[in-house]
Design a protein around this ligand. Structure first.
Ligand SMILES: NC(=O)c1ccc[n+]([C@@H]2O[C@H](COP(=O)([O-])OP(=O)(O)OC[C@H]3O[C@@H](n4cnc5c(N)ncnc54)[C@H](OP(=O)(O)O)[C@@H]3O)[C@@H](O)[C@H]2O)c1
Length: 218
């Protein structure tokens, strides 16, 4: 089994790569230096290097929080490439084996956009829409496409958004009405379970890891 994890050098991606390594020694974890997903010219190199994949984890760094008025033209273009176009072109060109899996690491805001994370929300929602269509196309090959929508998770990204300030973290926990901020290993355990147990009925689903913060029924 061959697994490829984008942005697998830290945080959620690294936790997933570590767990997948427990079931497949052919797990390849990429950092931003191995593959910066804002650079479309990297798509073909990665497709040529990693063939016949069984598990693909689409993940990348999250955009900065910015007020709508302060988002520059270059920000729109960079994060369109980084969060959306790179992965769409990659999925069009890559070879993925029958009975395989595609996971996306998106955000709880694909269900309810957040006004401070507009750059992130916009392109993630677009990609989730493409993946939903792909889940229908690829189910003939028994390939499952699953969107993982994390809420706050204890990683560098979250700590950066909270300015690495312990009282900001405490305030977040209090505001959310939860006991703690989950570790990335929770998501990683789930990915491992789905792959190891060959689960297929989650194809096309968005699975929230948000401790019930989103109040929607579905
Ligand atoms: N943590 C949360 O609370 C949370 C909640 C909702 C959504 N998310 C989203 O989940 C994803 C993973 O978040 P995380 O918390 O695991 O982040 P993280 O701890 O900050 O790790 C970021 C990872 O992304 C890689 N990366 C950064 N820029 C990249 C680029 N341009 N191209 C390719 N890889 C790049 C980094 O590689 P290097 O090691 O080379 O820098 C690193 O492996 C992000 O999109 C984030 O927005 C996170």
């Amino acid at each position: 089994m061959r697994c490829l994890v984008f942005a697998g050098s830290r945080g959620i991606g690294k936790a997933i790569a570590n767990k997948l390594t427990e079931i497949s020694k052919k797990t390849f974890a990429l950092s931003s230096k191995d593959c910066d997903t804002s650079k479309i010219s990297n798509v073909d190199n990665i497709v040529a290097k990693y063939k016949n994949l069984d598990v693909i984890v689409l993940n990348t760094g999250g955009p900065p929080a910015k007020d709508f008025k302060n988002i520059k033209y270059n920000d729109w273009v960079k994060y369109f490439n980084q969060l959306f176009l790179f992965f769409v072109l990659f999925l069009q060109r890559v070879s993925i084996n029958k009975n395989g899996y595609i996971f996306l690491i998106s955000s709880l805001h694909v269900k309810e956009p957040n006004e401070k994370l507009i750059l992130s929300n916009a392109y993630r929602i677009a990609l989730v829409s493409v993946l939903k269509s792909l889940s229908i196309i690829l189910r003939k090959k028994n390939i499952s496409v699953i969107n993982i929508a994390p809420g706050p998770t204890n990683t560098d990204r979250l700590n950066k958004l909270l300015k690495n300030n312990k009282s900001n973290i405490k305030a977040l926990v209090k505001n959310l009405g939860v006991n703690n901020i989950p570790e990335a290993t929770e998501i990683a355990e789930f990915v491992k379970l789905v792959v190891q147990k060959k689960l297929n009925s989650l194809n096309g689903q968005t699975v929230g890891f948000d401790m019930g913060i989103n109040k929607f029924i579905f």
